[in-house]
Design a protein around this ligand. Sequence first.
Ligand code: ZN
Length: 180
Amino acid sequence: MIRRVLTYPDPALTVEAAPVASIDGRTVALLDDLAETMYAAPGIGLAATQVGVAERAIVLDVPGEEGKQGTGLLKLVNPTIAAREGIIVWEEGCLSVPDLTATVERARRILLRGWTPEQNEVEIEADGLLAVALQHELDHLDGTLFLDRLSRLKRDLYRKRQQKLARQGRPSGERRTHVL
Ligand SMILES: [Zn+2]
């Protein structure tokens, strides 16, 4: 089932999600819905927070860089970052923050631990776009938007522009790549 993706400034996007206590049929259904919603958007990552469910579950399907193979569909429950190193600056977009891309600084490489819907514990070593995408989705689970990582000036400009668009009616058809 495709769910509605909440957009800024919906207060549900600022809620810190709770860990999933046990992976059951409901969790599996939630992850399926997240995947369906992500592909429909389309995006390359989606967190449960973005559909108004305050539970630590995310999905990703990150394309490969420079001809390398992509990740395919990843479904993760209770993901945590065990280690991080380096700095990377990447142009990000977000399904919950329409009409904005901006550069954000994050860790270049991370080691992530989490659980699959089949209740297997997994470890993912990620760098580049995958590392960026995972950190972006984990931010969502903590109630943080990439907007919150920008300067106050950029945030204010975005807020004013969105208010103006809301008054005038939103132009449609703009497509960005790599929205998370
Ligand atoms: Zn996002």
